[in-house]
Design a protein around this ligand. Structure first.
Ligand code: NAI
Length: 216
């Protein structure tokens, strides 16, 4: 497929297409029209056509989309056709919850190690993976090709730890700490803030309540 620049807005929508197409595949659906996909996903059919046109002729007039093909191609665009080795730094509530989530593995994200400063946690296993002390981190990074570091530590330490990871070959940070990391441009950072999602929910509840009040 031809390589072309795809906007971040489209990239943000791709995982959702990927999920829906995966569900269709599980139900042995071979093809789907943009109208049917639109009804399921509650996105306009024209948005779907526009988004998917970015990747060339996936759809055919009168046929719709070949689900398997589209699923595979979107997977490739998202880099899900290759394995990504990850480690988690901070084995507290969130770190352990993420480590326990098996579904990441099926998407190609392989958890190779968990690290924490708390000596009481050293040696405890999460899904068979032992929590290691931070003192072992640099040596571990020398012998394991780790692409992604997950930061689930207090924000006070996040910048320093992100620096240590990237200085030792880690290329991307999945950052849960509530702080901007300001890393070099060749390092990919994805910040995750559940509270922002909750604030959007709060906004929508407030708006919905106001509309209902006005209708009365
Ligand atoms: P927690 O206190 O249960 O776990 C934090 C762990 O990090 C502890 O085990 C601690 O020993 C370890 N730690 C502290 N400093 C460290 C360092 N320098 N190197 C390695 N390990 C270190 O906290 P929890 O609830 O798991 O939250 C972790 C972080 O994630 C916090 O910064 C919290 O604010 C953030 N958070 C972010 C969310 C988001 O949506 N972005 C949601 C929930 C938590």
């Amino acid at each position: 497929m031809e390589e072309r620049e795809i906007s971040q807005a489209v990239i943000r929508r791709l995982p959702r297409y990927y999920r829906y197409l995966g569900e269709l595949l599980e139900h042995d659906v071979e093809r789907i029209s943009s109208n049917d996909l639109s009804k399921r996903m509650k996105v306009t059919a024209s948005q779907i056509r526009q988004d998917l046109n970015n990747f060339g002729g996936f759809g055919q007039q009168g046929y719709g989309y070949n689900v398997k093909y589209l699923y595979t191609e979107i997977g490739k665009i998202l880099g899900l056709d290759v394995k990504h080795n990850i480690i988690i730094i901070g084995a507290g509530n969130l770190g352990q919850a993420l480590a326990n989530y098996e579904a990441f593995e099926s998407r190609g994200f392989l958890l190779k190690g968990i690290f924490d400063v708390n000596p009481k946690l050293t040696g405890i296993s999460v899904r068979g993976i032992p929590i290691r002390t931070m003192e072992d981190l640099v040596d571990f990074l020398k012998v394991n090709e780790i692409e992604i570091g997950v930061l689930t530590i207090p924000k006070e330490y996040a910048v320093e730890v992100a620096g240590l990871l990237t200085a030792n070959g880690v290329k991307a940070i999945w950052n849960f700490a509530h702080i901007d990391l300001n890393l070099p441009p060749n390092i990919v950072v994805e910040n995750v803030h559940l509270s922002e999602s909750l604030m959007r929910l709060s906004y929508n509840i407030t708006r919905c309540n106001a509309e209902q009040k006005n209708e009365k």
